[in-house]
Design a protein around this ligand. Structure first.
Ligand code: TYM
Length: 323
């Protein structure tokens, strides 16, 4: 099956991005045709530092490799290197109802914290272009992106109806447990890179910082280590993270920690996270020193992705009468 997904190069990649998205990508690349992008055009819809930006893009590409994406099994490239993304986004914009964009919850949330530009409003249309350009069947993402993938589906269906069958209609793939990793400081909110530093664990974070963040993560009243997202959102989120990184079920963990304090559970969790992330950190350091190699991989990926993108665009333009 053809798979597409991406992450914005914002300088931080956190446990939510890994457990919600990348961990699925690593599995999917074994038996599917995977296309993964560093979606820089999406990142510039929010304020960013122009001087650091190209470094952030390379860091994200190195992170993809360090976390286990294999360039022999999947295509890796930078979104802005293929102009057809922006071109298709424009064309899809002409069939996208304004009301659909106004309903997007991520847009509504982001508008509360930053100036609204047209790019931010059109963000989901560009995302639809990313996905449809590659005739994608499956889009592995976290829960927060489900609405965007639903909009993509509806745009594909609308286009196919209006101009004749052109696009594959994609489906989201959302991992059951990793779908929504919550903030460490406000466990009723999702873990997010735009929140304060203490609320998320960075994938390449120093060990001591990870310990501090986990030890100070918000827990709930009571003493029992029990999974109950409504009454105990803090401890439930930590149990979920523990389970995803250890492959032990939440039930098993409740048993193991039945007589333990929050503090000793958190100590164990911090060490688990540190050990789990250690090989990734090592590889990331290596890739960061091999800039030429990483750029070469991105260039190879671009070439192969572009040929798919060009063939879709030819078809789209013909269907729309733009010859
Ligand atoms: P971004 O960079 O915000 O997030 C990247 C991926 O991480 C997932 N994610 C989470 N999963 C679980 N728990 C969390 N707390 C959490 N926070 C983030 C997101 O769901 C996402 O899968 N708009 C996309 C980027 C994009 C894209 C695409 C994705 C652009 N074009 C085409 C798929 C297909 C985004 O949210 O990036």
């Amino acid at each position: 099956m053809r798979i597409f997904s991406g992450i914005r190069p914002t300088g931080t990649i956190h446990l939510g991005n890994y457990l919600g998205a990348i961990k699925q990508w690593i599995d999917l690349q074994q038996d599917n045709e995977c296309v993964f992008s560093v979606v820089d055009l999406h990142a510039i819809t929010s304020p960013y530092d122009k001087k650091k930006f190209s470094d952030n893009v390379l860091q994200m590409a190195s992170a993809y490799l360090a976390l286990g994406l294999n360039p022999e099994k999947c295509l890796l490239f930078v979104q802005s290197h293929i102009k057809e993304h922006a071109e298709l986004a424009w064309l899809l914009g002409t069939i996208c109802p304004l009301g659909d964009l106004k309903r997007m919850t991520q847009f509504k949330e982001k508008s509360k914290t930053q100036d609204v530009n047209a790019g931010l409003f059109n963000y989901p249309v560009l995302m639809a272009a990313d996905i449809l350009l590659y005739q994608t069947e499956i889009v592995p993402v976290g829960q927060d992106q489900k609405q965007h993938v639903e909009l993509t589906r509806s745009l594909a269906q609308k286009f196919n109806k209006k101009f004749g069958k052109t696009f594959q209609v994609p489906s989201p793939q959302i991992s059951k447990e990793g779908a929504k990793i919550m903030s460490l400081t406000e466990p009723k909110k999702k873990m997010s890179k735009s929140d304060k530093d203490k609320s998320y664990i960075e994938i390449f974070e120093e060990d001591e910082k990870i310990r501090k963040k986990i030890m100070s993560a918000k827990t709930d009243t009571g003493k029992k280590i029990k999974y109950d997202p409504i009454k105990k959102p803090g401890i439930s989120n930590l149990l979920n993270i523990y389970s995803l990184l250890s492959s032990k079920s939440v039930k098993e963990l409740e048993g193991v920690f039945a007589d333990k304090s929050y503090q000793s559970f958190k100590k164990d969790l911090a060490e688990l996270i540190i050990n789990y992330l250690e090989p990734f950190k090592r590889k990331q350091k290596e890739y960061l020193q091999r800039e030429v190699y990483v750029k070469e991989i991105l260039d190879q990926g671009r070439k192969r992705a572009q040929s798919i993108a060009l063939s879709t665009m030819d078809e789209v333009k013909k269907k729309m009468g733009l010859e």
